[in-house]
Write a protein that binds this ligand. Sequence first.
Ligand code: FES
Length: 108
Amino acid sequence: MSDFIPVAKIDDVPDPGSMLVEADERLIVLIHAAGHWYALDDVCTHDGGPLSEGPVDPEKRTIACPRHGAQFDVESGKAVSMPATKATVAHEVKVKGQLVLVRLNDCL
Ligand code: FES
């Protein structure tokens, strides 16, 4: 398993909000919602839309694809609304001091 990689400072991402980051040459959407942090592959499983450009819903804990509106659970990466049916990859996140760190998962 890979190590935790610093990807942002806590002040970089509003709550609710998200930011596109890169970790080990992989594009990740870092999500801040209701005081918690999440990280998903920045890829909608419907047709590759950039999740980092979609809105975060802190109450439902979802992020929506900007292309056709599919929603994904920010914790599990599971697709919770059409037209996406498959999960995107969820990664581990931890905060250390002022830094947000991500540990990549290779697969679903
Ligand atoms: S590409 Fe994301 S919903 Fe279609």
